[in-house]
Design a protein around this ligand. Structure first.
Ligand code: NDP
Length: 255
């Protein structure tokens, strides 16, 4: 097997949460391009159907699932549906996440709860459900989407709950990697910097001074630039990598 073959995902079955836009869609597309059979899950079924149709026009098959992953019953149904549709599950990309900007004096309990419920608790539930399927077939790879916000504190906007939630994602990644190594399941995280999506207002002039000028590469990324790292971690090319957090941030965290 040549080195490039180790990156191929032919015959692998992958589920991407939050796969109907932004980073999640780029991850799903890249996994499919690398040969995997891919299911995407999100709440907005109409949007997901549109994305699946567009992908089909480009020759890529994505399987749509409508689910709110903060609902435990939905998580169980989603992973079951993905495993049934694809014939099993080898790869889970825990991508769905949310953020709010507010200083800690004014943030509400609801804002805090929403962030932790989706970014941490739902990610944990999805991991458990997917790992059950993976353990049945000898193992798999889970890629959690953390953030450089789990390593540094962003500015000028304050987002303390999000930052803490992503630090939790990174450490949960290490904890599950340790627990599940003997089941053949690798668990890693990617920590992106600023990426142009609906979530991140990377073009706002008032944020430019810190978001762009503080980045050594002096720019934000496009989702397609983060996707190859997810493909790598999902693949056999990363066979000896587990419990790692791979930073892809244009150099932002060097300072
Ligand atoms: P978006 O807000 O553009 O997309 C979020 C995705 O998650 C959507 O597909 C959304 O679909 C889905 N989603 C949200 N809530 C739920 C839910 N309860 N159940 C199921 N799906 C849900 O975000 P990004 O693409 O920007 O971010 C993706 C991930 O990358 C997040 O974890 C984020 O924290 C992380 N990240 C992003 C960075 C950036 O600069 N953009 C930087 C670092 C990390 P729907 O609404 O239909 O449910």
């Amino acid at each position: 097997m040549g080195v490039l073959d180790t990156f191929a995902l032919n015959g692998r079955r992958a589920l991407v949460t939050g796969g109907n836009r932004g980073l999640g869609l780029a991850f799903a597309t890249a996994l499919a391009e690398a040969g995997a059979d891919v299911a995407i899950a999100a709440r907005d079924g109409e949007r997901t159907a549109g994305v699946v149709k567009q992908a089909a026009e480009q020759g890529l098959r994505l399987h749509p699932i409508t689910a709110d992953i903060t609902d435990d019953a939905d998580v169980e149904r989603m992973t079951g549906e993905a495993a049934d549709a694809l014939g099993g599950l080898d790869i889970l990309v825990n991508n769905a996440g949310t953020c709010f900007h507010n200083n800690s004096w004014h943030a509400t309990d609801e804002e805090w709860a929403q962030v932790f419920d989706l970014n941490v608790r739902a990610l944990w539930k999805c991991s458990i459900e997917a790992a059950r399927h993976m353990a049945d077939t000898g193992g798999g790879s889970i890629v959690n989407i953390g953030s450089m916000s789990g390593l540094i504190v962003n500015r000028p906007q304050w987002q303390h709950a999000y930052n803490a939630s992503k630090a939790a994602v990174h450490h949960l990644t290490k904890s599950l990697a340790a627990e599940w190594a003997d089941a053949g399941i690798r668990v890693n995280a990617v920590a992106p910097g600023y990426v142009k999506t609906e979530m991140a207002p990377v073009d706002r002039p008032d944020l430019r001074r810190h978001w762009i000028e503080d980045t050594p590469q002096q720019r934000y990324a496009l989702p397609e630039e983060i996707a190859p790292t997810v493909v790598f971690l999902a693949s056999e090319a990363a066979s000896f990598i587990t419990g790692s957090v791979v930073v892809a941030d244009g150099g932002y965290t060097v300072y």
